[in-house]
Design a protein around this ligand. Structure first.
Ligand code: HEC
Ligand code: HEC
Length: 250
């Protein structure tokens, strides 16, 4: 499966429509500002990630090594240097030689892994389309340089990020309304609670869920997509979603 080239069209369309609805345009233009590369669209990048990379790599809060290493905080990292993953001798050597992951080196590696790291264990044929690579890198960029994404700080270990009034915290969620609203969320978050690339949001204590959503709505959590999602929700909507996802059937 991972040997397919290019994004899967059916996976793309749904997510694209969603991102257009959110008015979500592009990620981290500053990071790529001076380059002549095509500017990436993180919304399209998410779908490419799911189709091309997520079978082997995890990314996002709590991501762990899988067939490939987790790709949190990838930008600026030395190649083949993460603890706890057995890299090929080839990529370790490249890292010792000074290979760091930046826009240019990642673009080259994703275009053709063997061209950059001849003996890499990454069995991936390469992504030919430069625009697709730019989109993918814009998405991966969302998971770099964000304290909230540091894998060591599992969501459970986080402090409550926002002060919420007892009235808001005490709102009783309308589970049926939550189920209705949840159809948007489950285009990205898995209903069965699996976390591949996108974190799991099922069976959370309701209060933790409510606080996290308000933190996105107030911009305290940096993730742009989730900020746009949360800003369209009322306090009642959030309570309803918390009630639904807390008790969702497996
Ligand atoms: C078939 C499984 C597989 C697929 C699909 C795959 N990778 Fe990998 N990836 C690996 C493995 C295994 C390694 C370790 C490479 C080595 O040790 O040489 C790796 C390494 C990497 C690294 C180097 C990480 C580091 O810290 O040095 C990056 C970056 C990367 N992959 C990005 C991607 C992206 C982006 C995609 C999707 C376009 C992708 N990979 C698809 C298996 C995969
Ligand atoms: C377009 C994809 C997408 C959609 C749609 C989406 N999310 Fe998310 N969500 C994400 C991503 C990516 C993250 C990880 C963000 C981060 O790193 O802060 C996330 C994070 C979260 C978190 C925090 C998870 C954690 O471990 O801290 C919650 C809670 C959440 N989403 C709830 C929702 C709800 C509720 C909806 C629907 C109203 C929704 N999301 C819709 C992509 C999406």
């Amino acid at each position: 499966m991972p040997h397919q080239r290019g994004p899967k069209p059916h996976a793309l369309s749904g997510v694209l429509v969603l991102f257009m609805a959110l008015g979500f345009v592009t990620a981290a233009p500053g990071a790529l500002g001076q380059s002549a590369e095509p500017l990436g669209n993180a919304g399209r990048g998410l779908a490419i990630w799911e189709g091309e990379c997520a079978a082997c790599h995890a990314m996002g809060p709590g991501a762990e090594h899988d067939i490939g290493p987790h790709l949190n905080r990838l930008f600026g990292r030395r190649a083949g240097a993460l603890e706890g993953f057995t890299f090929s001798a080839s990529i370790q050597r490249m890292g010792r030689d000074g290979l760091h992951w930046d826009y240019r080196t990642l673009d080259a590696y994703i275009a053709n892994p063997y061209a950059l790291v001849s003996g890499t264990r990454m069995a991936y044929p390469g992504l030919d389309d430069p625009q697709a690579r730019a989109d993918l890198l814009a998405f991966i960029r969302l998971h770099s340089d964000m304290p909230a994404d540091i894998p060591e700080s599992a969501p459970t270990a986080r402090r409550l990020e926002v002060e919420l009034s007892p009235e808001v915290l005490g709102l009783e969620g309308d589970r049926e309304w939550g189920e209705y609203l949840a159809s948007e969320c489950t285009t990205c978050h898995r209903r069965d609670g699996a976390a591949q690339g996108i974190p799991s949001i099922t069976h959370w204590p309701e209060e933790r869920f409510v606080v996290a959503m308000h933190a996105y709505r107030e911009g305290l959590r940096p993730h742009q997509v989730m900020q746009s999602v949360a800003r369209r929700l009322t306090d009642e909507d959030i309570a309803a979603l918390a009630a639904y996802f807390a008790t969702i059937d497996e």
